[in-house]
Design a protein around this ligand. Sequence first.
Ligand code: NAP
Length: 276
Amino acid sequence: MKKILIIGAKGNLGTALAEVYVDANPLLWDKDEIDITDEDQVIEKISAAQPEIVYNCAAYNAVDKAEEEGGVADMVNGYGPGNLARICDKIGAILVHFSSGYVFDGQKSEGYNEEDKTNPISAYGHSKRLGEVEVQQHAEKHYLVRTSMLYGPPTQGKKSFIDIMLDMAKEKKMINAVDDEFGQPTYVKDLAQALVFLTEEEKPFGTYHITNSGMASWYDWAREIFAVKGIKPNMAQIHSEGLKRAARRPKYGILNNTRFIELRPWTEALKEYLTK
Ligand SMILES: NC(=O)c1ccc[n+]([C@@H]2O[C@H](COP(=O)([O-])OP(=O)(O)OC[C@H]3O[C@@H](n4cnc5c(N)ncnc54)[C@H](OP(=O)(O)O)[C@@H]3O)[C@@H](O)[C@H]2O)c1
């Protein structure tokens, strides 16, 4: 089995990857072990470790805060991946990097194919696109995997959308959920298993869209969570334009998968997650 390094290993996806790779005894690094924005450190540590596959799950994911902290977002989501790309290229390692539907403007209701033109409409989207370009330019052997609406067991005390919805229902709060922004709720366990398949099968390098299949608005997703749990909180559908959020979001951040196996429907994955 190949020598695996998972960066951002304490995060949502990193934790799921660590579980699917447990028998391979991967190196698990997070902020305490490496700062991907520090190029000297990246070169030194990765040269010493000599991994064959590097999964970069480290990211700055605060979409609204990025409007004020665009420089930080660019460092972590853009130039950090560039540092990883250059060292992976030098030691011959494969780099698996992650991005998001937020690199698109979201005007295409039919969704976006892997090679469609990007056009980010937020500082976060801009930083993720910067990372894509850095990885594409500097790492010959790369998989650029765009994904959407990730969820899984809570990591580092951070609440997922699912936890927030269930907590609000428990507190009997009115739940206002956006019904005009669409994505693809994706179970990190399904994504992690798909990534093992992608790399073990040695699929061609390049860009992939990997999510659970189907699409949902935040309202659809919330409604399904409550249906599976058999609870009926007070819910209302709201439009995104009424919200006071710093960042704009794509209306249709839908990632069409035209070149990889189809994952199970998001409703099926959600049911397993919530009832296991
Ligand atoms: N979550 C989603 O819905 C979603 C949707 C589409 C795409 N993605 C992409 O999928 C990937 C994985 O996301 P995720 O949800 O698993 O992220 P996550 O849970 O936020 O995990 C990211 C991890 O990286 C660490 N980190 C941050 N800055 C770092 C640095 N400079 N050096 C090393 N580690 C650093 C974080 O530490 P701290 O927490 O201490 O900062 C955290 O442990 C990311 O590329 C993300 O953009 C996520």
